[in-house]
Design a protein around this ligand. Structure first.
Ligand SMILES: Cc1cc2nc3c(=O)[nH]c(=O)nc-3n(C[C@H](O)[C@H](O)[C@H](O)COP(=O)(O)O)c2cc1C
Ligand SMILES: [Mn+2]
Length: 452
C-alpha cells in the first residue's frame, strides 16, 4: 500500500468508513460524533462549518486496521513491529510532491486554513492531535517521529506539550545548547506506518535509531521524501499536510488544560516549548486528519507499541512469557495482563517485577495480572474469570508503593504538595498472580474447566 489515500480506499472497500454529509461544527460537535463511532467506524466528515476541507478520524479504531496498515494480521502485529525496528529501510528523496501543491509562507493563520477541532469542553482551544512531529538530531541528523498535542492559536505560534523523557525534547535541548532552534515538520496523512511509528516509545526505539527508516520498513517500501521549503528537513512527499517550522530556542509558554488519554484534563497549565510556523504545505484537495483523545484509537496507538516493548523486555527476564495486553478499560496504559506458560512457581512474581521495571512503557502501569496460557488476555471477562477462580488475595498479590505516576487523579491526590512542587507524582502499583498454584499438585484437578 502506497500511502494514506490508498489506505482510506482500502478501509472504504472493507465498509469501515462512515461518511457524515451534514455540516458539523469543528468545536465540540465533531468530537461527539467521533466518540459515537469510536469503537466501530472510521469517520469521514465531508462538510465542516467554516471550511471546505474534509476531516477523517478513528482510522485505528480497531487493531485489524493497524495490521492492514503494516501488512500483517492481528497475531503478527508485535512481530512485525519488532522486525521493522531491527530491519530499517532507507528513505528516498524525490523532486516534486503532492504535499507541496500549495505552500503558504506569508501571513500564516492556521485556523483560517485548517479545520482544527476543539475536542473537549475545557480544552484550552483548538488542538492538533493527529499530526506527528518529525525532527532530526542536531548533531547526528538521525530522525525522530513523535506525537505531541499542539495548541494552535490563529497566528504563527503553536504551544507543544513534550514530556521530559521524550527523544524530541532531547533533540531540542541539544539544539538549545548549541544556541539554535530545532527545525520540525508537523505531518498529517502520511502512510499510516509513519503514524504508528510516531507512537513508538523510548526503549522500543532508542534515540540512535532513525525512525523514518523504521517507518519505511513498517510500510513495506522506502518512504519518498521532499525537501522542506523553509526548513532543513525532508518530509513524506505524499502526505496531506506538512506544517514547517522550528521549536524556538529559549522560549516556553503555558499550555493546557487538555483532555488527554486517561479521560481527565491535564491541568493546571505548564510551561512548554513553542513552535514557530514558517510554512504550511498541503495538497489542493487535502484531507485533514484528527484524533479524539480518550478513545479506542488513542488507546491502540499508545498501547500496541508499549505492549511490544514490554513483551520484548519481559521475555528476556522470564521464560515462558507468551503475550501481554494493556487493556482498553485501563486506557491501554494502566492495566497489564500477561499470559505465561508457568514452569516454576516463581515465574508469576518474576513476571510482575519484570513488567513493572521502570521504563517509559511501564511508567503508567498500576496493575499487572499474570494468567495461565488457557486464558484469552484480550477478553476482559476471561481475565476476570481467572482472577475469580485462581486468586487468594492474602497471598497472591504484591503492592509496591512510591512509584512514578502520571495523569492519574488518584495518584495526584495521593502525592504531597511538596512532592508535586518538585513535579514528582507518586503512585502505588499492584501485581496479581492469577495463575494456578504449582505448590499443591494434589488440587490441580479442582481447576478443571467444564467442557462438552
Ligand atoms: C495520540 C498520542 C498523543 C500523544 N501526545 C503526547 C504529548 O502531548 N506529549 C508527549 O510528550 N507525548 C505524547 N504522546 C506519546 C509520545 O508521542 C510517544 O511516546 C512517542 O514515542 C514519543 O516519541 P519520542 O520519545 O521519540 O519523542 C502521545 C502519543 C499518542 C499516541
Ligand atoms: Mn523517538
Amino acid at each position: 500500500m502506497k500511502g494514506f489515500r490508498e489506505y482510506l480506499k482500502e478501509l472504504k472497500a472493507r465498509d469501515d468508513i462512515i461518511e457524515i454529509d451534514t455540516e458539523i461544527d469543528p468545536v465540540i460537535e465533531i468530537a461527539k460524533i467521533q466518540k459515537k463511532y469510536s469503537n466501530s467506524k472510521t469517520v469521514l466528515f465531508n462538510k465542516i462549518k467554516g471550511y471546505d476541507i474534509p476531516v477523517v478520524s478513528n482510522i485505528f479504531h480497531k487493531r485489524e486496521n493497524i495490521a492492514l496498515a503494516i501488512g500483517t494480521d492481528l497475531a503478527g502485529l508485535k512481530d512485525k513491529i519488532l522486525f521493522s525496528v531491527k530491519n530499517p529501510v532507507d528513505t528516498v528523496v524525490v523532486k516534486s510532491a503532492p504535499v507541496q501543491e500549495i505552500v503558504i509562507t506569508k501571513d500564516i493563520k492556521p485556523l483560517d486554513v485548517l479545520p482544527i477541532p476543539q475536542h473537549y469542553l475545557k480544552d484550552n482551544g483548538k488542538y492538533i492531535t493527529a499530526g506527528v512531529i518529525l525532527a532530526a538530531d542536531p548533531e547526528t541528523g538521525i530522525r525522530n517521529i513523535s506525537f505531541a498535542r499542539m495548541q494552535v492559536n490563529n497566528n504563527n505560534k503553536i504551544n507543544v506539550m513534550i514530556n521530559p523523557n521524550r527523544h524530541l525534547l532531547r533533540y531540542f535541548h541539544k539544539a538549545e545548547e548549541l544556541g539554535k532552534s530545532l527545525d520540525v515538520a508537523i505531518i498529517f496523512g502520511a502512510h499510516p506506518a509513519v503514524w504508528l511509528e510516531g507512537a513508538m516509545p523510548d526503549g522500543l526505539v532508542n534515540d540512535d535509531m532513525d525512525e523514518l527508516n523504521i517507518a519505511s520498513s513498517l510500510s513495506g517500501r522506502p518512504i519518498e521524501l521532499i525537501k522542506g521549503k523553509t526548513i532543513d528537513l525532508a518530509y513524506p512527499a505524499n502526505c496531506e499536510i506538512a506544517i514547517e517550522g522550528r521549536i524556538i530556542n529559549d522560549k516556553r509558554e503555558y499550555e493546557g488544560p487538555f483532555g488527554d488519554y486517561s479521560g481527565i484534563y491535564d491541568n493546571p497549565p505548564r510551561k512548554n516549548p513553542v513552535i514557530e510556523i514558517s510554512a504550511i504545505a498541503r495538497r489542493k484537495d487535502v484531507i485533514y486528519h484528527d484524533l479524539l483523545p480518550f478513545t479506542a484509537e488513542h488507546f491502540h496507538l499508545g498501547g500496541l507499541p508499549r505492549e511490544t516493548d514490554l513483551l520484548k523486555r519481559i521475555k528476556q527476564a522470564v521464560p515462558g512469557i507468551l503475550d501481554i495486553h494493556l487493556t482498553l478499560g485501563g486506557c491501554s496504559r494502566f492495566h497489564a495482563v500477561v499470559k505465561i506458560k508457568k514452569i516454576k512457581e516463581s515465574n508469576a512474581n518474576h513476571t510482575i517485577v519484570a513488567t513493572l521495571f521502570p521504563t517509559e512503557s511501564a511508567r503508567d502501569i498500576k496493575v499487572v495480572v499474570v494468567v495461565d496460557d488457557d486464558i484469552d488476555i484480550y477478553s476482559p471477562s476471561d481475565v476476570e474469570w481467572a482472577i475469580a477462580t485462581r486468586v487468594q488475595w492474602h497471598k497472591d498479590i504484591v503492592i509496591i508503593n512510591k512509584m512514578e505516576g502520571l495523569l492519574d487523579p488518584s495518584a495526584i491526590a495521593n502525592t504531597s504538595a511538596s512532592m508535586l512542587e518538585r513535579t514528582e507524582i507518586l503512585t502505588s502499583k499492584i501485581g496479581i498472580d492469577a495463575t494456578i498454584s504449582l505448590e499443591k499438585p494434589d488440587f490441580i484437578n479442582l481447576y478443571e474447566k467444564v467442557g462438552f
